[in-house]
Design a protein around this ligand. Structure first.
Ligand code: PRP
Length: 216
């Protein structure tokens, strides 16, 4: 929870990695910079009291958890995570960054046997279940946490449901995209209580972000 001392600042959960770097560039460009973020150290919290912001460096898949539980006021998270975990937050803006597609992929010579349930390996259990329910297709889910592309190669699954960005991982592991069913990009989200009590600064940030995005 936000404490009284940090309650006045805007706490921004920034995903660690390339997406976070891109979003920080965008935010610093519209007046929410925090130079100490470039320091080479293992710190996870960076603040700039002049701009009234505090950045929290968070694992990308955890951003929505911090925001939903009010440990951060706002955050930047992929639509894939929002669809998978359905956090109770406001989704305020599509940042058009970190674009990729949610896909079904399989070995290049794969032919589906519709007489038995499809074995689906994925990190995105809910997304996969929902997709195949919409197709009226019985599936057995195999939940993995990474290197999903290995599953069909080793016969652990028939297909995978995963994000494809450049397509390199699919190509370099001799897989093919069978179906592309959801466009993904980064979203700016807010905690519902913060949105009410810090509405001015959050709305200003959204406004400036959308202006900066249109200028790109
Ligand atoms: C993601 C995803 C794919 C890959 C797609 O994995 O699960 O494996 O990126 O990107 P590409 O189309 O540009 O090759 P990530 O790098 O997050 O690693 P993971 O295997 O640990 O999930």
């Amino acid at each position: 929870m936000l404490t009284k001392e940090n309650g006045d600042m805007l706490n921004i959960a920034l995903p660690k990695g390339r997406l976070g770097d891109q979003v920080y560039e965008l935010l610093s460009g519209i007046g929410y910079d925090c130079k100490s973020i470039y320091e080479q150290n293992r710190k996870l919290i960076f603040e700039n009291p002049q701009n009234n912001v505090r950045y929290l460096l968070v694992k990308p898949s955890d951003v929505a958890i911090y925001v939903e539980h009010h440990a951060a006021d706002v955050g930047i998270v992929g639509k894939d995570i929002l669809l998978e975990s359905r956090p109770d937050v406001y989704e305020l803006l599509d940042l058009n960054l970190g674009k990729c597609r949610m896909c079904v992929a399989a070995k290049t010579d794969y032919i589906e046997d519709r007489d038995r349930p499809l074995r689906v390996a994925t990190k995105f259990v809910n997304i996969a279940k929902e997709y195949y329910a919409s197709q009226n297709r019985d599936i057995d889910i195999i939940k993995l946490n990474g290197s999903i592309e290995l599953a069909p190669i080793l016969g652990l699954s028939d297909v995978i449901v995963d994000i494809v960005e450049s397509g390199s991982t699919i190509r370099e592991n001799n897989l093919k995209v069978v179906e592309e069913f959801q466009q993904i990009s980064a979203r700016f989200i807010a905690n519902k209580i913060s949105f009410k009590f810090k509405n001015q600064i959050i709305s200003q940030m959204v406004q400036r972000l959308s202006e900066a995005l249109t200028e790109r």
